[in-house]
Design a protein around this ligand. Structure first.
Ligand code: NAP
Length: 248
């Protein structure tokens, strides 16, 4: 099947709370748009989207072999990919918890958190960015976090999460600089969603006032509005859910 005329968004890390809301909104916003969802999970468990003919669910273990294989298949299917959202992120998992003190910093945890928050996103970008056409208006969003801002770090703590998001920001910036040398039609966004009610933030929501704890639906809606309004220049922005700039 040739999908070259079909506008297509890719959502990586598709089983996450915000990613699921994003997929629903993308499919609702434009009935003709296709969404390619990539996840470690074998299938979409959302009733709202699972049977949508515009949704193509692909499983990946995030190995480079799997990334290259998916990129090859998508390239030969000729989807017109104009939106890419990379949603992967981990703050706590199994034995990993955000460190309050330097003495809690652990080599294995650093590796695991950097792997998901920095290495996986940049490697997906490496494989998927070449699929985006050199004409038209493309947008690449990678989920960052305000705590990844070096300038904004006043509270300390959360060593691995902060540093891995800061590393992801630098990797994204470096890719954006390289890309704009030969194509200026792609806008890059490092996105801070605000505290959002998902599994990632669940253990840390006690101190958050209800008006500062967003639903995934609200954040997905805001993100899509922000992406559509991104200026042509600069081609790279670090923005929060309000569309306000976050210090790098
Ligand atoms: N929720 C918040 O308050 C908040 C605040 C600031 C920033 N963020 C960022 O927003 C993004 C989305 O988070 P969320 O709130 O939707 O969290 P979530 O529901 O926990 O989803 C996180 C996603 O990351 C991927 N992931 C988790 N562990 C992984 C692993 N070991 N290897 C590869 N991928 C893994 C998963 O993708 P699969 O589909 O492959 O499982 C999952 O869908 C993250 O980058 C997060 O850091 C969230």
């Amino acid at each position: 099947m040739n999908h070259s005329q079909v506008k297509t968004a890719i959502v990586v890390g598709a089983s996450g709370g915000i990613a699921q809301a994003l997929i629903t909104k993308l499919l609702q916003a434009d009935a003709d748009r296709h969404v390619i969802a990539i996840s470690r999970s074998p299938e979409d468990k959302q009733a709202a989207t699972a049977s949508n003919p515009g949704l193509h669910w692909l499983q990946s273990d995030n190995s480079e072999e799997s990334m290259a294989g998916i990129a090859r298949d998508l390239g030969s299917a000729s989807f017109s990919i104009d939106r890419l959202f990379i949603c992967n992120g981990v703050l706590h998992q199994h034995a990993i918890a955000p460190e309050k003190r330097l003495k809690s910093v652990d080599r294995d945890a650093l590796h695991a958190v950097f792997e998901v928050n920095a290495f996986v996103p940049i490697l997906w970008l490496k494989h998927l960015l070449p699929l985006m056409p050199s004409n038209g208006h493309n947008a690449v969003t990678v989920f960052s976090a305000r705590v990844g801002s070096i300038e904004d770090n006043r509270a300390g703590g959360w060593y691995a999460y902060r540093a891995s998001k800061a590393a992801m920001n630098m990797l994204l910036k470096t890719a954006a600089i390289e890309h704009r040398r030969f194509a200026r039609n792609t806008r890059f966004l490092a996105f801070h969603p605000g505290t959002t009610d998902t599994a990632l933030s669940a253990p840390f929501q006690q101190g958050v006032s209800p008006d500062k704890l967003f639903s995934p639906d609200f954040v997905a809606e805001r993100l899509l509005q922000i992406v559509e309004a991104l200026p042509a220049e600069p081609t790279l922005n670090f923005l929060d859910w309000e569309g306000k700039a976050v210090a790098w």
